[in-house]
Design a protein. Structure first.
Length: 442
């Protein structure tokens, strides 16, 4: 039996390498945020230097965070990422809580992405404007059918989509810098706008906006069980992918500064489209819409790959129904994928994905916090566990990341108390649900 053949219906296939790891890191992170958020951040900060500083700081958080996740992922090379780390460090209930939070958050994010893609398609083809929800469902159904064919084809598609996304963004940067604006790029006091209110509050709001744009930097860790050599490939995938993302984000911001004065950038809802229109005229905005569609496709492809693996891992360990711990001949956790995509479709059809996406922000930051806490805990409780890679700067860097995650978590709660209340209710119900599942599987 070859290594590419499943030994049983619950065995994932070892097919993936560093190319896929970089692609899924880029594809799972870069979405519409980099094309939309710069306007909001410019409005909040009004200073190009401060804006770049915020992007660099959050990029540094992602890069240092990836070092901690690499240690955990190479130490525990199993599908599930945050779930696997929390369960090993803090026990079954913690694993169940983080696993379900991670899974449910990504389910809602996937529903949001498919719905937004439907909206953009309706902008290109107005005849579709009355069918946005059905288009969103159709997109997910098409992805499910495609991924059912197997992980090899799905991983190749991810590599192609991520390549097209990166090339598209770099082409945008080159086009912007080839343009000669009436007012050259200026970082002086003359090209600043005053901050409305407290600078500290503005900085915190900008950091939170950029924080969500970087979400996804950890995506490669979900696939360590399927990597042919995770000890070698995971460090290259995560660090290489995050460094490329940081570079792309900074270049896009510089390109926008080159084309749009700061006051125009601050007033823009879709700065990338406004920049292209400034260069080529109104009809050129469709090119940005096309780039947005490619970005969304890459993220949905990544989500429908990694999120079923979380449910698969939870189920395999007896913390969810074991019927979702099966893998088809192509290496796809089929039953878990059907439930994941099915719940996303329900959110789209009921229009509830917006509220759930707001709650998901709480869950994502909670997963970061749990990951760094897991690293600290496992260093204390299992110091002799083989660690092919050790996080640089431990324990100082890990504690800084942990406290930063806690600060962001508090910021999420303060910024959206209604959604956070729903998240707290979800957490409160998690323990009875955990006990019920344990009893069911006993």
């Amino acid at each position: 039996m070859t290594s590419s053949e499943p030994k049983s219906s619950s065995a994932l296939l070892k097919l993936l390498g560093v190319g896929f790891g970089i692609a899924v890191t880029i594809g799972g992170t870069i979405g519409t945020g980099i094309l939309r958020r710069p306007g909001t951040i410019a409005q909040e900060l009004g200073d190009p230097w401060l804006i770049l500083l915020v992007w660099v700081l959050v990029g540094l958080f992602a890069l240092l965070g990836s070092l901690s996740v690499i240690e955990l992922g190479t130490m525990l090379p199993k599908a599930g990422a945050w779930y696997v780390f929390a369960r090993r460090a803090f026990g079954d209930f913690a694993g169940f809580l983080i696993g379900i939070a991670s899974w449910f958050g990504s389910v809602s994010a996937m529903a949001f992405g498919a719905s937004v893609m439907g909206e953009y398609l309706a902008l290109i083809f107005p005849v579709l404007s009355g069918y946005v929800r059905l288009i969103g469902v159709g997109i997910l159904v098409a992805f499910v059918a495609f991924h059912w064919l197997g992980v090899r084809l799905a991983s190749q598609a991810q590599e192609v989509m991520s390549f097209l996304k990166a090339v598209g963004l770099l082409a945008f940067v080159l086009v912007c810098f080839a343009y000669e604006p009436d007012v050259p790029l200026d970082f002086s006091e003359a090209n600043k706008i005053p901050v409305q209110g407290s600078l500290i509050v503005a900085l915190l709001a900008a950091l939170q906006s950029v924080f969500y744009t970087y979400d996804g930097w950890h995506t490669a860790a979900y696939f360590t069980e399927e990597d042919v050599n995770p000890n070698k490939n995971l460090p290259r995938s995560m660090m290489g992918g995050v460094l490329l993302i940081i570079a792309i984000y900074l270049l896009v911001n510089l390109a926008l500064f080159h084309v749009l004065p700061i006051n125009e950038l601050a007033a823009s809802k879709l700065p990338a489209a406004d920049a292209i229109q400034r260069i080529y005229g109104p009809a050129s905005a469709r090119a940005v819409t096309g780039l947005l569609l490619i970005s969304i496709l890459g993220i949905i492809n990544a989500q429908i790959m990694f999120n079923p693996r979380v449910l698969f891992a939870i189920s395999r360990d007896g913390l969810f129904s074991r019927r979702f711990a099966t893998v088809n001949a192509g290496g796809t956790p089929g039953a878990a994928m059907l439930l994941t995509a099915g719940l996303s479709c329900v959110m789209i059809l009921t229009g509830s994905y917006g509220r759930f996406s707001d709650i998901a922000s709480f869950f994502f930051v909670l997963c970061y916090f749990s990951g760094f806490a897991s690293l600290i805990r496992l260093r204390q409780t299992e110091p002799n566990l083989p660690r092919p890679f050790r996080a640089w700067g431990y324990p100082v860097v890990t504690w800084v990341l942990l406290l930063a995650s806690l600060a962001f978590l508090v910021g999420v709660i303060i910024g959206d108390q209604t959604s956070s209340l729903y998240a707290v209710v979800f957490l409160a119900l998690s323990y009875p649900a955990y006990r019920l599942v344990k009893r069911w599987n006993a």
